[in-house]
Design a protein around this ligand. Structure first.
Ligand SMILES: NC(=O)c1ccc[n+]([C@@H]2O[C@H](COP(=O)([O-])OP(=O)(O)OC[C@H]3O[C@@H](n4cnc5c(N)ncnc54)[C@H](OP(=O)(O)O)[C@@H]3O)[C@@H](O)[C@H]2O)c1
Length: 255
């Protein structure tokens, strides 16, 4: 089943920014959106430390893998401490995320907690751990991955929608506290992006057609569409951008 219906011509046009000398931590950089963001930062001169579980071997440039299960708070803290011992971190991208679907009346609380742990608690903890040295230096950038479900409810995704609503509000709240201290905190709200997370939706002919009919751009997004926005938010071009939750969704929310 196709991810393209009509109209729009594919991924966003290239945007470049000089990240030479900067170090970015990207969580969930082994696949999907995180991988595309890591590759975009590497292309633009950054050193990238990737926090994920699966080993990856095919990255070029200055890529440093740091394997950790970010659903385990002890591993989150140990990974952050290890990275901070070795690197001055200028950019943090909280990308790793999980969606577990159930009709809400049957939603198992174990799955609810797994979603909140990775999508909210880990984001919060990494923001604090990497944000403190940024505040001491008076400079830094944090980019969180929110979602369209930060704004809308979706179906059978109550835990995910609640978690991404929290990410959006958390982003604004911390941005207010840190904007005057040199640290910019923003979020990206991707629309329907064709990654591992959405394999089942793409394969479901009916749902796929319904989704495409609802996207003004007439296609699913690709991970590179999000990488462009992540590069912009990390760059000096976004120097006055604080506390925004930027939809990158082919117009879905505008409809
Ligand atoms: N795809 C979309 O349509 C869409 C829409 C809105 C928002 N988003 C958000 O964008 C972000 C990336 O989504 P995606 O579509 O790229 O997802 P994905 O293809 O499923 O990739 C998820 C990434 O997170 C990592 N990860 C998952 N659990 C982890 C854990 N416990 N510890 C460490 N790393 C973990 C995975 O790496 P390992 O398996 O190697 O650990 C993988 O690199 C998520 O926050 C998602 O909610 C996606």
């Amino acid at each position: 089943m196709t991810t393209e219906q009509k109209g729009s011509t594919g991924m966003a046009a290239p945007f470049t920014a000089d990240l030479t000398g900067k170090t970015a931590v990207v969580t969930g950089a082994s696949s999907g959106i995180g991988r595309a963001i890591a590759e975009e930062y590497l292309r633009n001169g950054a050193t990238v430390v990737g926090l994920h579980r699966r080993p990856v071997t095919t990255f070029g440039g200055k890529y440093v893998p740091a394997l950790a299960d970010l659903s385990d708070p002890a591993q989150v803290r140990a990974a952050a401490a290890g990275v901070l011992r070795e690197h001055r971190v200028d950019i943090l991208v909280n990308n790793a995320g999980l969606n577990l679907r159930h009709p809400f009346e049957d939603f198992p609380f174990e799955d609810w907690d797994r979603v909140q742990q990775l999508n909210v608690r880990t984001v919060v903890e990494l923001t604090q751990l990497f944000g403190r040295p940024m505040l001491e230096r008076g400079s830094g950038v944090i980019v969180n991955l929110a979602s369209m479900l930060s704004f809308t409810g979706g179906f059978t995704a109550s835990a995910y929608a609640a978690s991404k609503g929290a990410v959006a509000q958390f982003t604004k709240s911390v941005a207010n506290e840190w904007a005057g201290r040199g640290v910019r905190v923003n979020a990206i709200a991707p629309g329907f992006i064709s990654t591992e997370m959405n394999v089942a939706l793409v394969a479901d002919e009916t749902r796929n057609r319904q989704i495409l009919e609802r996207i003004p751009a007439g296609r699913w997004g690709c991970a590179e569409d999000i990488a462009g926005a992540a590069l912009f938010l990390a760059s000096d071009a976004a120097g006055f951008v604080h506390g925004t939750v930027l939809p990158v969704d082919g117009g879905y929310l505008a409809r």
